[in-house]
Design a protein around this ligand. Structure first.
Ligand code: SF4
Length: 473
């Protein structure tokens, strides 16, 4: 090739690389941006507040369904339909279904969204099947979180994370462990009498991941889930307090609802509200935990507060009573939108620089916010208290008896007369937890999945995957 030809080829190669780098370091993926704009426009007026994250920062959470309905513990209550335990675990079915559901989510909700691998007990899949499902989720731009009861040993986790060739399959794992005293059948403690009796099991769960990180360099992010009923409401504070330093990044509580298998309903679940659970969290933290300044969807469904724990003391990231912090929130949401900060460090650095160049007001806002946060946490705690993020969440599902008529009325384009059903409709419209039905080209709220669709779906799965054989790998 002539010199001129070689120069032209090098120039074309340079242009291609530059274009690729520009695409990679784009702060927000264009598909995701479009999806979020539509989501924002669809939201009911009442939730389109400056605090709202849905449609601005995120499209909401996602979850799988009908992929491994079985569980080997017995919860009271249990959100799974009564047919769930008559369906066998089948890794091939799981992988095919997860792949189809995630591909659909990618096509209608953009990329970089958090998705839960959920629907039964994930570890019944076996390490190979579990790994294949996580890989399918990642392939479609999801950030997967495996939802488990946490009753597995280190060997399982190691075989999930490390392939048979001895190499890491995953650099990073995200798990949510569900621990509460209404779960029966856990190894070593089949009938816990109190939440405190489960603390050593909670700790052991985290220790598996710490060992995996020490031995194989696999990083992790762990959530702790707990169902709350009148039986354990007064123990929430104790669980919060005990878990503050265990290494979880999120403590999430779900007030029980009348949904799933009626044979597993025990108490008057209406006696526990999202407010009462939140008060118990505050009692456990020993501080006010503000939530109204940052909202995901409808406040009757979700509450959350991000914070920092350092030296045993928790501090909220934003002070909701300080107008400067609220202004910093508004600037951040306007400038960064749904930018994904979980990319390679150089990509995040360049993307952040691009945002700052386009929105110079971000720089003084970030400096001011960082200074105020450091003041609230305390410099000594920041330097010596091993600071890390810790978020509190409450997610309150609805009763099946209101979800069904609400969903049916929405299908007919009607607004229900009944106040409770109308409230359910409003919540479904602002839902932040979606499940995919690719064959029907639609998303449904998780409440609808569990209250309306799960029974028939599991009945069909029972015929497709009868219990006589298990093909988990
Ligand atoms: S799944 Fe139900 S409770 Fe959860 S956000 Fe959606 S509507 Fe609200």
């Amino acid at each position: 090739m002539s010199l001129a030809g070689r120069l032209a080829a090098a120039h074309a190669e340079l242009i291609t690389r530059l274009r690729r780098a520009l695409d990679e370091t784009r702060p927000v993926d264009p598909d995701t941006e479009l999806v979020l704009r539509h989501r924002w426009e669809e939201l009911p007026e009442a939730v389109r507040t400056p605090a709202q994250l849905l449609g601005r920062r995120s499209a909401g959470c996602e979850g799988t369904h009908g992929v491994f309905p079985r569980c080997n513990l017995a919860c009271t209550p249990c959100y799974h339909a009564r047919e769930a335990n008559s369906v066998r675990v089948d890794s091939a079915h799981t992988e095919t279904q997860v792949d189809a559901q995630m591909a659909y989510l990618r096509s209608v909700r953009g990329t970089g969204q958090h998705a839960q691998l959920i629907g039964g007990e994930v570890t019944l899949l076996g390490p190979e099947g579990h790994a294949a499902a996580l890989e399918a989720m990642r392939r479609h731009g999801r950030k997967p979180m495996s939802m488990t009861h946490g009753d597995f040993d280190y060997d399982y986790l190691e075989r999930l994370a490390i392939g048979s060739d001895g190499r890491r399959r995953f650099e990073f794992l995200r798990f949510a462990g569900h621990f509460d005293s209404m779960m029966l059948g856990r190894h070593g403690i089949p009938r816990p009498r109190s939440e405190a009796e489960l603390h050593s099991y909670r700790r052991r769960f985290v220790e598996h991941f710490e060992r995996l990180r020490a031995e194989h360099g696999v990083r992790f992010d762990l959530a702790h889930n707990m169902t709350v009923t009148p039986r354990n409401l007064d123990q929430v504070a104790e669980v919060v307090h005990a878990c503050l330093d265990m290494g979880f990044g999120m403590l999430s509580f779900q007030p029980a609802a009348f949904v799933g298998n009626p044979k597993r309903w025990r108490d008057d679940y209406h006696a526990v509200s999202i407010d009462t659970v939140w008060r118990e969290i505050e009692r456990g933290v020993g501080a006010r935990v503000p939530w109204e300044h940052v909202q995901m969807g409808d406040p009757r469904c979700n509450r959350s507060c991000h914070g920092v724990i350092a030296g045993g003391r928790w501090t909220p990231l934003l002070d909701d009573r300080d107008p400067r912090d609220l202004r910093a929130r508004d600037i951040f949401l306007q400038a960064f939108g749904s930018m994904d900060f979980e990319r390679r460090p150089w990509i995040v650095a360049v993307a952040t620089a691009r945002v700052m160049a386009a929105n110079p007001q971000v720089i003084p806002a970030a400096i001011g916010f960082a200074g105020r946060l450091a003041g609230r946490v305390g410099i000594r705690r920041l330097l010596r208290g091993r600071p890390r993020g810790l978020t509190f969440v409450v997610h309150a599902f609805m009763d099946a008896e209101v979800v069904r008529p609400a969903w049916e009325a929405m299908g007919r384009g009607e607004i229900a007369d009944d106040e409770r059903v109308r409230a359910a409709q409003e919540r479904l419209q602002a839902c932040s937890y979606a499940m995919a039905h690719p064959a029907e080209d639609r998303l449904v709220p998780a409440c609808v999945q569990h209250s309306v669709l799960d029974p028939q779906e599991n009945a069909a799965l029972k015929r497709l995957l009868p219990l006589r054989e298990t093909t988990a790998s």
